[in-house]
Design a binder for this molecule. Structure first.
Ligand SMILES: [Zn+2]
Ligand SMILES: [Zn+2]
Length: 149
């Protein structure tokens, strides 16, 4: 089991399954939403997610069509993303976790929109746009990759 919480501690959750598709997203929306150089995120099955407390504190912002970013309305911590097109999966910012999920981000995506003040210093693959194939939480790239196919 993997536990997670927000900064103020009002929201707590646990994940009974495993996380997949961990990556660092450098798109401008993720940078704004995290207040950071990039968003480290992973996917999980909605069925594996349980609220422990504070579900009512979580507000969802639709950052792009059908992509709802959830955050604690008390402290602003990003908690969970939901996708209208893929309701059985959630996206999760790894920074919300209290336990080591085991998984590590395996690539950088949307590097073409990377912050000019940040330099990637690891050897992970870098994609200029989104990942190929569907990854929950990378909806902007998903649209792009399906239309260019
Ligand atoms: Zn909070
Ligand atoms: Zn992003």
């Amino acid at each position: 089991m993997i536990r997670g919480s927000c900064l103020c501690g009002g929201v707590k959750f646990r994940i009974t399954g495993s996380l997949t598709q961990a990556l660092n997203c450098h798109c401008s929306m993720c940078r704004k939403a995290q207040g950071s150089a990039f968003r480290s995120r992973a996917s999980l099955k909605a069925a594996d997610f349980e609220w422990v407390q504070g579900e009512s504190l979580v507000t969802f912002y639709e950052s792009s069509r059908g992509n709802h970013r959830g955050f604690c309305r008390v402290c602003g911590s990003p908690i969970l993303s939901k996708f209208d097109a893929h309701p059985s999966y959630y996206g999760l910012p790894l920074g919300a976790l209290d336990d080591d999920p085991g998984i590590r981000p395996a690539l950088h995506v949307h590097v073409s929109s990377k912050a000019p003040w940040f330099t990637i210093t690891d050897d992970l693959p870098q994609l200029p746009d989104g990942p190929t194939g569907w990854i929950p939480g990378a909806s902007s790239s998903m649209t792009k990759s399906t239309t260019t196919r």
